[in-house]
Write a protein that binds this ligand. Sequence first.
Ligand code: SF4
Length: 172
Amino acid sequence: MGLNSAQKEVERGILLTTVDKMSHWAQKSSVWPATFGLACCAIEMMSVTSSRYDLARFGSEAFRASPRQADLMIVAGRVSQKMAPVLRTIWEQMPEPKWVISMGACASSGGVFDNYAIIQGVDHVVPVDVYVPGCPPSPEALMFGILKLREKIQMGLPPKYQEVAMARGGAS
Ligand code: SF4
């Protein structure tokens, strides 16, 4: 279909797409994070829902109190050895498809806490889709990470845990 004929169809209120593209668009437009914060990074995470940053523009301002209603885990802060099994349980309770953003140096690599009490990267506990650097990352940086995640969803790329399962030959 040429550009002119496509424009005419849009003017008539007709829009053609594929079911896949439509479902990816719906998914990326309503990614709901779990209400879950671990340390100082969580303060920056909370501010993205404020009117100044307005995460609602991207449909992700509805932080859910139950993991069963959330499809995004933002790991905001250092993960202690004690917290790791709790984090894993929350992730397992989230319905599929689900995504993980590692926010900040501590979540991604342990940050300055190179010691026995802190997990040296949350990817040892759950598969991570997007890493946001910084200590702490600014709210804008987290928003950028969420936009990158939206791009991945729109492209139809599988969540990281599905990639890992495929690499293992289908076993989860
Ligand atoms: S990355 Fe920095 S701001 Fe974030 S939890 Fe670690 S020390 Fe705190």
